[in-house]
Design a protein around this ligand. Sequence first.
Ligand SMILES: [Zn+2]
Length: 118
Amino acid sequence: MKNRICKICKSQLQGRLDKIFCSVKCKNSYHRKLRKSTAKAVLCTDKILHRNRSILLEVMGPRSTQKIVDRIILDQKKFNYNYETGRFKNDLSRIYHRVYDFSWTDFSEQEVLIIRKR
Ligand SMILES: [Zn+2]
């Protein structure tokens, strides 16, 4: 039979065959490492996405749910069009780019339509 060892401390595993860790301590340590690595890796992307949302909120104002703005305004605020949290097509096959609770779409050559989900 194959020697079964703990994924973290490499000590011999006892008991159930599907066990991966020798203890709760090793299991927690493993997941802590995963979270730490992910937190570090996503920091840059999260920053850009958060910034994009802030720009959309600032441009829209806190009360409106739909607004057409000049692309230049977003450009000046350094909106990053390449980062989104998702996208969808409406009934007219227009592609909307999601940024959390906001979405934007190319409205014309110089204009962008921003909508906010309530
Ligand atoms: Zn262990």
